[in-house]
Design a protein around this ligand. Structure first.
Ligand code: KG4
Ligand code: ZN
Length: 347
């Protein structure tokens, strides 16, 4: 394996992330987050049981300047010390993305700073290069399991900027599966953490649930699980044991993710490391399971602290930092894209 070689700017980079329901700003020094402020809209969206795009955009407008100010304050610097701006411009909710991109343009214009648009998934994929990642930064190539509310993918990371999707979900993302199951159990939104907490004293073998696509070694599917949970809830009614149901659901999702990710890493040429990123990577059981399975398979295991698994601007600053270091710049015509393949040239 090649030694890790991710050249980054050493001077302060301001990162901005508003692609979904978190308004986040961070100051990055090299690979060290000097601050990472996240203002969550979870409580607001909880009342509707999911994200309302219009409401999300409005909330970003209200939060963005205070969040940027707090990120600078916590880092102990003023705007005059910032040397570059990195902002998520794809994929995500268009209204939400526009708030972050507009703020980034305004700051870049006012302070004459270079700016770069970042793909949200590249931010997640490179989050293992942030200082403090468990296992340290992974070498290249490595296999990355990206699991979030919108994505479930195994990605071969050949080097920074060179990503090949090996497997993906055919329907729901893993985070969506957690969120939908939690709603069926009446556990609220977002569901991943709620299921994790409820499952602590539960028996994962109590309710047998289907494992996704056992015959397809690469891809994932969680719609069958959702239907099975619905049937379980209808069948058991008031008798349903909540911790046991939560533990059984968590186990079904985790088993599919862990088994296929390790298999993909073992299959891929030259890969000796597996990384786990994205909001679902905050799941303690999944982290533990992959740690054990990687060690059994002779793979190094890398995962960022939970704070940098869920959406955050530090990972966007890092992904932007190497691109800026490599000389890439976005103009003031930087656009936002609701959908964007990982390899599209849209910075
Ligand atoms: O990466 P992220 O913050 O946003 C997206 O880009 O989608 O991921 C959010 C997802 C939600 O579906 C949430 O339920 C899930 O991550 N999540 C978890 C945990 N914490 C957040 N899932 C399982 N266990 C957790 N502890
Ligand atoms: Zn995300």
């Amino acid at each position: 394996m090649e030694p890790t070689d991710l050249a980054l700017l050493t001077e302060p980079v301001l990162g901005i992330e508003t692609s979904c329901d978190e308004t986040s700003a961070a100051v990055l020094l090299g690979s060290t987050p000097a601050s990472n402020v996240v203002s969550s809209q979870v409580e607001m969206h909880e009342q509707w049981g999911g994200i309302v795009p219009e409401a999300a955009a409005r909330a970003h407008v209200e939060a963005i300047l205070p969040v940027v100010e707090e990120a600078l304050q916590r880092a102990g610097i003023g705007l005059d010390a910032v040397r570059a701006v990195a902002v998520t411009n794809r994929p995500g909710l268009v209204g939400a993305l526009s708030v972050g991109v507009t703020a980034a343009k305004a700051l870049a214009f006012a302070w004459n700073l270079p700016m770069v648009g970042v793909h949200h998934l590249e931010g997640h994929i490179l989050s293992t290069f942030l200082e403090g990642c468990s296992g340290g930064p992974p070498g290249f190539p490595h296999l990355c399991l990206v699991v979030s509310g919108g994505h479930t993918e195994t990605v071969l990371v050949e080097r920074q900027g060179a990503y090949r999707i090996v497997g993906q979900t055919l329907d729901d993302a893993a985070g969506e599966a957690f969120d939908k199951a939690a709603r069926l159990l009446g556990l609220g939104y977002p569901g991943g953490r709620a299921i994790q907490e409820s499952a602590i004293n539960g028996d994962p073998n109590r309710y047998p649930l289907p494992r996704a696509l056992p015959k397809d070694p690469c891809n994932f599917s969680f719609s069958g699980l959702k239907t099975a949970v619905l049937r379980l809830v209808e069948r058991e009614g008031d008798r349903l044991d909540l911790p046991d149901a939560a533990a059984s659901i968590q186990e079904a999702i985790i088993e599919a993710l862990a088994t296929k990710a390790v298999a993909a890493a073992e299959e891929a040429d030259g890969v000796q490391a597996l990384s786990l990123v994205g909001g679902v990577a905050a799941n303690r059981r999944l982290r533990e399971r992959l740690r054990v399975e990687c060690s059994r398979a002779g793979l190094a295991f890398h995962t960022p602290p939970a704070e940098f698994c869920t959406d955050n601007a530090a990972m966007i600053a890092l992904a932007g930092s190497w691109r800026l270091h490599a000389g890439q710049r976005s103009g003031f015509d930087l656009d936002v894209f609701p959908n964007a393949p990982l390899d599209a040239k849209r910075a």
